[in-house]
Design a protein around this ligand. Structure first.
Ligand SMILES: [Zn+2]
Length: 98
């Protein structure tokens, strides 16, 4: 259970609410890897960068062009969205002493 201001909320209730918001198109769900799911308000299209050292997730502008990898034709299907998660080490972590 999650506690806030002395009250409790079941974790499943939170996920059900997030799922409902995602189904309504108000929240975007980003699968950033095993055990890492990001829920964010729907807005402008962008990608994400995930630092494997500190776990920070940063927005990356998507730009106006569709990358060739995402310009895909799946016979019989209509692609409605795509997500790119870049992984590496962020600028801050690269400056840390080894
Ligand atoms: Zn980092």
């Amino acid at each position: 259970m999650l506690a806030a201001d002395g009250g409790t909320v079941q974790r499943t209730s939170v996920y059900n609410a997030l799922r409902a918001l995602a189904d309504a198109g108000l929240v975007r769900v980003v699968q950033a890897g095993p055990g890492t799911t990001l829920y964010e308000l729907s807005g402008s299209d962008h990608h994400h960068f995930l630092c494997r050292h500190c776990g920070e997730i940063a927005d990356v502008p998507a730009g106006s062009e569709v990358p060739p990898l995402l310009n895909i034709d799946i016979p019989g299907a209509r692609v409605e969205s795509a997500q790119v998660v870049f992984r590496g080490i962020c600028a801050g972590c690269l400056q840390l002493p080894l």
